[in-house]
Design a protein around this ligand. Structure first.
Ligand code: KG4
Ligand code: ZN
Length: 358
């Protein structure tokens, strides 16, 4: 069922977007042209910290506790009642099924009660299209572009050819890059979220003290592998004297690990650009895109090809609902969004599947 509204002007009314696929509860309200009317991201770090990682059951329950109040608060901030909405969108995969059921179920409930269309959004498409949100990236992001999606759950090079048109050029054959950051941070005794803590520690370290492997560096294609690197760090840590790791040593290991990741990502990105000569831009997205050393290295790779690297501001690199709302709007404007009331949340939902008819 098409939504029956005109999404290319402002007449359709604002869109409410919900993101609950992992450990961030996020709500946003966007105007049809993409202006952000209200937004909030609530991280559940405190709730998961005692367990050293995200516990799916705790995440689902926390979404259930926080989401209704957040939606109400954002609607009040935007001065809206449900009847004033043009549509409701929620992440419907990929992600942790408990959280997806909470967010998509809640979104569908509002859509159904208010008689508005519901758009089931793919979380990866949210990351893929964020750079196109008006005003986010200088000059905007025109198709086709190379997307490097670097997050805790995903690590892939994607040719973004249009809304709903994605070609996977390569991806990780084991761990995602953010997962490797998180696991190494844990080995070094850092608090969660591990990635940012590891970046801060690496800034004080000497990357040359512990040379670490650079998996797949120089190999054809643009696949990634991080589990060998993580194991190398684990072996290094196991060989240290027992007890807490000395701060200097921890910083040097962090720096060595980050340098290896940077080299691998730069190499893979260069290969991906080689496989996509039509790319007019390189875009980096996902939580790991917040890393300064990684951004700098990828910017250099893009520049060497006469391209620029577009990186959304830090708050839109990690999980948020603005990207979900924007992906829904892109679909609505392209006439691709159908009412997703009958679509079940899917823990696995590859980007490439979006090209298939719904
Ligand atoms: O996109 P995201 O918020 O969630 C998904 O995985 O979908 O990404 C979170 C990941 C975590 O693994 C986190 O440790 C990593 O991004 N991350 C970083 C940095 N900030 C977040 N990794 C390295 N350096 C950072 N500054
Ligand atoms: Zn994400």
């Amino acid at each position: 069922m098409q939504t029956g509204l005109d999404w290319n002007g402002e007449s359709a009314g604002p869109l409410l977007a919900i993101e609950t696929s992992c450990d961030e509860t996020a709500v946003a309200i966007l105007s049809p042209s993409g202006a952000i009317l209200a937004e909030q991201v609530l991280s559940q770090f405190g709730e998961h910290a005692p367990f050293g990682g995200v516990v799916p059951e705790i995440a689902a329950r926390a979404h259930l506790v926080h989401l209704p109040g957040m939606v109400q608060a954002m609607m009040e901030e935007a001065g809206l009642a449900a009847q004033g909405l043009g549509a409701v969108a929620a992440t419907s995969g990929p992600g942790l099924i408990g959280g997806l059921l909470v967010g998509a179920g809640f979104g569908k409930g509002i859509a159904l009660a208010a008689g508005k269309p519901f758009v089931a959004v793919n979380h990866l498409e949210g990351h893929a299209l964020t750079a196109r949100l008006p005003g986010l990236v200088p000059g905007g992001a025109a198709f086709p572009y190379l997307l490097l999606l670097l997050s805790g759950g995903h690590c892939q090079c994607v040719a973004v050819e249009g809304v709903g048109r994605y070609r996977r050029l390569g991806g990780t054959i084991d761990d995602a890059v953010g997962e490797a950051f998180d696991k190494v941070a844990k080995l070094l005794g850092l608090p969660i979220p591990g990635g940012p803590a590891l970046e801060r520690l690496a800034a004080q370290g000497d990357a040359r003290r512990f040379p670490l492997p650079r998996p797949l560096l120089g190999r054809p294609g643009c696949d990634f592998s991080f589990s060998g690197l993580k194991t190398a760090v684990a072996q290094l840590v196991a060989a240290l004297p027992p007890g807490a790791i000395e701060t200097r040593t921890a910083a040097d290991i962090a720096a060595g690990f980050q340098a290896a990741v940077v080299d691998v990502l730069a190499d893979r990105a260069a290969h991906a650009l080689g496989a996509m000569p039509e790319a007019s831009l390189m875009v980096v997205a996902g939580g790991v895109a917040a890393n300064g050393a990684i951004r700098a290295a990828l910017a250099a790779v893009a520049e060497a090809r006469g391209l620029v690297l577009a990186a959304p501001p830090l708050r839109y690199c990690g999980d948020n609902a603005v990207m979900i709302g924007w992906a829904a709007l892109e679909r609505l404007r392209a006439g691709l969004a159908t009412s997703g009331l009958d679509r079940r949340p899917q823990p696995r939902w590859p980007l490439a599947a979006l090209a298939e008819p719904a």
